[in-house]
Ligand binder design. Sequence first.
Ligand code: RFL
Ligand code: PHB
Length: 406
Amino acid sequence: MSTPPQSQRTQVAIIGAGPAGLLLGQLLYTAGIDAVIIERQSPEYVLGRIRAGILEQITVDLLQEAGVGQRVAHEGTVHHSIELVFANTRHPIDVTGLTQGKVVTAYGQTEVTRDLMEARQAAGLLSVYEAANVQLHGFEGDRPRVTYEKDGRTHALDCDFIAGCDGFHGICRASVPPGAIREYEKVYPFGWLGILADVPPVSPHAVVYANSERGFALCSMRSLTRSRYYVQCPIDDKVSDWSDERFWDELRRRLDPDLAERIAVGPSIEKSIAPLRSFVAEPMRFGSMFLAGDAAHIVPPTGAKGLNLAASDVKYLSNAFIEHYHEKSEAGIDHYSQQALARVWRAERFSWWLTSLMHRFPDTAGFGQKIQEAELDYLVRSESMSRSLAENYVGLPLDFGMGAGT
Ligand code: RFL
Ligand code: PHB
């Protein structure tokens, strides 16, 4: 006879300790709501993933609200502008001037994760790392249960709600019966090769987005001594195809001559290739299970929206749980999916648009390039179009409205 699972109880079982899961845990903790986080990987593995770098003000404000805003306030780099490069020429976009004072902050996702992990540990809250075979049970009703294996035993966690914060490849979305979910997807025919290097950033602007005949390139930063750069690459390229020398050479060739000359090069400390995808799963609620962050949607990284959307999802979701427990109201829970999806689709549109505008597409050689250049030219000359870019880049307000068709 097998041993019965060791069981525990919590109010909210959070699956996944990425930024969505950790931030939700912290927002619930500050509201006095009990949550346990269950994560498949080790803390070191989670901290070793190099990803996003640009935070909207809304995300920075949420970190403050969750009590973990100190380090981002001191070490994050506040930016007022981005720069577009096309036809070998640079065009600054004054995002702060165009949005009545809004800013973006350069602060690595790794640091956001570290701050949240440390706060959780300091508060003595339970996170289970290296949990294998996580399974969801009974979420179509109001007595859901999560089981997982750890240290050779099966454990069970009974809860009121499950928050599926387990990323694109997680188990939560995959546990929904196919007939109950609709998925929308677009896969782009190229990837991004990214490197991290301990060299000063080439530009004082938050990010430089370059459209060139050789493909897209991006210059970003993590601090005044650490830079993050990307180039568009064929989807089936391998990291081993790209020596550091080849990367720096290709990056220079995609920038304008002045930036290319000024760029400081050095050995890469991380190098990886990411595919580009747009994806949305609807709805984001299934009985007592709620999806948040990359578990429900993916944007191509061109608009810097993925981490920021994860943050806004968990803001809506934590508000919904707070209303449920403190005000005995189900309104937030009932509206969560619709409210989150309205913001998701706006960010999907923006990220798709900026990706389409900035990259080389295999099937649209000469004509496509000319149309992109005409649109970019219009964008930098037209204040209303620049403002549209800027207001999306800094992040649309959380209460922008419930979305089309509502
Ligand atoms: P995560 O970070 O993927 O975390 C999910 C966690 O769930 C765990 N997990 C499981 N745990 C238990 N059981 C299972 N069966 C599990 N399956 C998975 C995983 O181990 C993991 O720890 O999702 P989350 O929290 O929703 O956060 C989303 C962000 O990570 C993502 O959207 C951003 O990184 C996207 N992104 C960017 N977003 C921005 O806002 N600004 C940017 O500048 C930006 N740049 C980027 C990016 C993503 C990139 N890549 C690599 C895709 C740049 C790049 C190159
Ligand atoms: C980054 O710093 O990694 C970064 C910045 C802007 C993007 C995507 C990634 O659009």
